[in-house]
Design a protein around this ligand. Structure first.
Ligand SMILES: Cc1cc2nc3c(=O)[nH]c(=O)nc-3n(C[C@H](O)[C@H](O)[C@H](O)COP(=O)(O)OP(=O)(O)OC[C@H]3O[C@@H](n4cnc5c(N)ncnc54)[C@H](O)[C@@H]3O)c2cc1C
Length: 435
């Protein structure tokens, strides 16, 4: 275990890079972060709106599945609040939102989702029967072989299409932000465990101040070189050299790569051939996230508006979701202009209503990609005594590439460097805010 302070470079300042900076900084190491964007990657797309703040993307977490992230948030003094997850589902037709066929709401005194509007009664028998079948199918989900894809699982457990394609798939697409074909290739277990948790009403939470507050708390006094895209990394004797886009070279004891794996072109071809081969095998998918005030993305009738609005074509081939931010983001005034975040909109949004448009890239999982991830994790563990280059990020997961996998993979790298943080799980304080 190292005791002398090390000189460590971190490439990338998303959740993984900032976690590394915080943990290593707490252990007295000298840390420099190199980031290609103008500000830290975790909050790079957050934007001020109407006296509040829009997180883009808006991140939610569950205490069971995001235990390390929330313990880290508690460590830096951030609290949580539970968000409303009522949903509405509408068909799209002729390029606009058509009939809303389902909506749910939660009564404050009854801890159970209720039908949001009696007009959607027609969907209830199929949905109720589907939920019963789904719960039966999920009883032994934790024992499911990790090589089974969602498609293969579904063939063994057919579900009524209104529940599966109309409700469960849209919820999973919100978590995975990919297309339906990619979702079906995803390993079934992590997704179904998530669905199981939601059916038990485990709840989704947000951090007070959003990811912006988390980013500032984690970054603290660490030196962040923004606009510093790294272009080359190579090792000479016991030092790792890093070159940035301005052709400046810097020398470190260790380098932590916390970028998407696709960005690994800067790693020396000869020295890091195995790492690069495995990293480039990991798949990604991209999409458009638009924050806006265009109410046409919501159900036609205001009474059907819910924090989550799923729109879909009648053949269930095309999906989009919109989050109504006011009831979810504590800093946005509930009575002010409604503001939304829409992922891959199926209907045109008015240019004048667009607050921000961001193209986002995201790691996705297949049964094969999880093997490559495991090989990368094993490679690091096997050579940990001599290794100077470390890899982490949300891609390093066992099925959900989210903030939690960014944190856990980084904590593992920090542990290899002798830096362990005493994260007391369950210490995050839940503070209720009225939506
Ligand atoms: C629409 C959407 C919704 C999401 N919702 C949730 C959610 O509710 N909950 C949740 O937990 N997760 C959610 N996620 C996922 C989560 O946001 C990501 O998994 C996580 O932010 C990735 O963190 P990371 O540190 O691994 O990578 P990144 O955030 O991608 O950070 C990598 C950083 O490296 C920088 N970089 C790249 N190349 C270079 C280079 N050559 N030199 C220097 N810097 C470089 C990049 O600019 C970037 O800042 C969502 C994602 C999307 C797209």
């Amino acid at each position: 275990m190292n005791t002398a302070p090390l000189n460590i470079a971190i490439i990338g300042s998303g959740m993984a890079g900032l976690t590394a900076a915080y943990v290593l900084g707490q252990h007295g190491h000298r840390v420099s972060i190199f980031e290609s964007q103008a500000k830290n990657g975790l909050a790079a797309h957050s934007t001020a709106f109407g006296g509040g703040m829009i997180d883009a993307p808006l991140r939610v977490m569950n205490p069971q599945l995001w235990s390390h992230t929330l313990a880290l948030a508690a460590h830096v003094g951030l609290n949580l609040y539970r968000v409303r997850t009522d949903m509405a589902c509408s068909w799209t037709q002729h390029g606009h939102i058509g009939a809303t066929w389902f909506s749910s709401r939660r009564h404050p005194r009854v801890n159970f989702p209720l039908l949001g509007n009696w007009r959607h009664m027609a969907a209830v028998p199929q949905l109720a029967w589907g939920i019963y079948q789904l719960k039966q199918a999920l009883t032994r989900v934790h024992e499911l072989d990790k090589d089974i894809s969602l498609h293969a699982w579904l063939q063994r457990h057919p579900m009524p299409s209104l529940l599966w394609q109309g409700c469960v798939v849209p919820v999973l697409l919100t978590v995975c932000t990919c297309d339906v074909a990619t979702l079906l290739q995803w390993p079934a277990r992590p997704l179904l465990c998530f669905v199981d948790l939601l059916l038990q009403d485990a709840g989704l939470y947000r951090l007070h101040g959003g990811t912006q507050a988390l980013a500032s708390a984690l970054q603290q006094d660490t030196l962040l070189y923004s606009h510093h895209a790294v272009t080359a990394v190579y090792q000479q004797a016991q030092q790792v050299w890093l070159r940035d886009a301005s052709e400046h070279s810097h020398c470190f004891d260790h380098v932590i790569v916390a970028t998407p794996t696709q960005a690994c072109g800067f790693l020396d071809n000869a020295q890091y051939a195995t790492e690069k081969r495995l990293m480039l095998q990991l798949p990604y998918s991209s999409g458009d996230l638009v924050s806006h005030t265009d109410t046409s993305a919501m159900p036609q009738h205001r009474r059907d508006w819910s924090p989550l609005h799923y729109s879909m074509s009648r053949d269930f081939q095309n999906h989009s979701f919109s989050v109504w931010l006011n009831p979810i983001e504590a800093s946005l005034d509930n009575d002010a202009t409604p503001v939304f975040q829409t992922w891959n909109s199926l209907t045109p949004l008015q240019d004048s209503a667009i607050v921000q448009h961001t193209r986002l890239n995201r790691s996705v999982c297949t049964v094969d990609s999880l093997r490559s991830v495991q090989a990368l994790q094993d490679l690091q563990a096997a050579s940990s005594n001599t290794r100077r280059l470390w890899l982490c990020g949300s891609w390093s997961c066992d099925g959900l590439p989210v903030l939690e996998s960014a944190v856990t993979s980084t904590l593992s790298v920090c542990a290899h460097l002798g830096a362990n943080l005493d994260l007391r799980l369950g210490s995050a304080q839940v503070v209720t805010v009225s939506p």
